[in-house]
Design a binder for this molecule. Structure first.
Ligand code: AMP
Length: 142
């Protein structure tokens, strides 16, 4: 199975981000525009947090707050879990399942080198299982 680094190479290392002082509204607009569910929150080249559509649902809508007057820093998650390039897809899956989130930035030292969603991992696992099934089919029918 591919490592996180190999997956990032094939997926691309473009990471969409926002800043702590952006409004939640602007962050949601960016997420909608790029059809993604989370943004990394960057302060210069340092990771300040992560902001996902669940933060919006739970901390804006349910608490009757305004997305235009609330800053991302007020509702983001500051303690960001991340993967490293030599981690396995299984390690990422188990971290996401255990911690109940669907996004995982990839850090190489202090540098952000990618972002994986649970969808990227599921896609990769299905594709690898498909290859195994095809290989076994060839083996059985040969
Ligand atoms: P998600 O399932 O990714 O939409 O996120 C659910 C909750 O977990 C939200 O409060 C996010 O801010 C938080 N979250 C998402 N990804 C991470 C991560 N890699 N590390 C820490 N918290 C996260």
């Amino acid at each position: 199975m591919k490592t996180v680094g190999e997956l990032i190479k094939s997926k691309g290392s473009n990471v969409l981000s926002t800043t702590p002082d952006s409004s939640v509204y602007d962050a949601i607009v960016k997420m909608a525009h790029h059809e993604i569910g989370a943004l990394l929150v960057m302060e210069g080249d340092k990771v300040a947090g992560i902001f996902s559509e669940r933060d919006y649902a739970r901390k804006i809508i349910l608490q009757d707050k305004s997305s235009k007057t609330t800053q991302v820093s007020e509702i983001m998650t500051s303690n960001v879990n991340y993967a490293e390039p030599d981690h396995s897809i299984e390690q990422c899956m188990s971290l996401m399942t255990q911690k109940r989130f669907r996004h995982l930035p990839v850090m190489d030292g202090d540098t952000v080198v990618g972002m994986l969603s649970i969808g990227d991992l599921v896609k990769e696992i299905i594709s690898e299982q498909q290859s195994t099934i095809e290989m076994l089919n060839t083996y059985i029918t040969a």
